[in-house]
Ligand binder design. Sequence first.
Ligand code: NAX
Length: 326
Amino acid sequence: MSQTIHVAVTGAAGAIGYAILPRIASGQMFGPDTKVALHLLELPQAMSALDGVVMELNDCAFPLLESIHTADNPDVAFEGVNWAILIGSKPRTKGMERSDLIRDNGPIFVGQGKALLKAASDVRAVVVGNPCNTNALIAMRNAQDIRGDRFSAMTRLDQNRTMAQLATKAGVGVSAVTNVTIWGNHSTTQYPDAKNAKINGQPVFDVIADHEWLRGEMISKVQKRGAEIIAARGSSSAFSASNAAIDHVRSLIEKTPEGHWFSAAIPSDGSYGIEEGLLYSYPLTSDGQGSWSIVHDLPLDDFAKEKIMKSMAELQEEREFVKDLL
Ligand code: NAX
């Protein structure tokens, strides 16, 4: 065991932060042979809560946890980090328009993009804080010297939600479900693609006879799952989001099994007619060496094409709201 990975987590005293930190520190993100040094960023008013989180992390006596650094300044927190999990941002409150949320949270990612550029020469950034696709675009554009393919935004929770829906409907375990793609934005315009997904290696549409459900309720259930959880729990998804962030990073660093893929939002290269440069969720494979590629030539019918274009249009609109931040 030689390597130590330096991982920044922003919003570290928040709900997702609280759920993800013990999992990173226990080796679930980078594996059982990799030590981790945590760099935790919070707002000044949350530093005292963060102190409590640090005490708990220490009290776990995780063998892989080499050190913990805390800061309320991104330039300090990001010093020398290899991965930055950008969670910290304001959640949407009741009655708030999406455009207001974008305007509120966008500036956070201007500062953090610039800080990454200054403080970290070998970094990969994963944006979880919403609206995560556009926040990732802002961070990437403010860190122009860091290669674009080092930025991604998380749609893995949507992928996992789709897998769970399909498994339940088919009456199989969730591990039987593979090749689920989330296309587009982490929002209600995303397209969870069951048409190209498989259950026990068979096309989902051959296994699940209720095609009306697959094209209707299944899609809207996934699109609105976040709101359904808020309504039931009174607060937004936390441990499922942290679990998805672990899955996201693991999928990026591990070689993807032959014939499989996973979903994450990355800068579009124009594939599938999506405007180049938008942070758009695609089916991806990883070579296990730090590079990932878009899976090409998946068949898309008119229903799918209409949906993936609608999500692109929403991302273009979001980009318009923040054009002064890019
Ligand atoms: P919380 O409000 O519990 O925690 C957010 C934390 O971020 C707070 O402790 C706050 O002090 C901190 N923070 C705010 N601005 C910061 C800044 N500039 N620098 C550092 N820290 C900052 O929210 P939580 O439930 O943890 O959610 C965090 C974000 O994840 C929200 O934007 C939420 O919408 C988003 N989500 C994204 C998901 C996804 O699938 N991509 C799913 C879950 C979640 O909705």
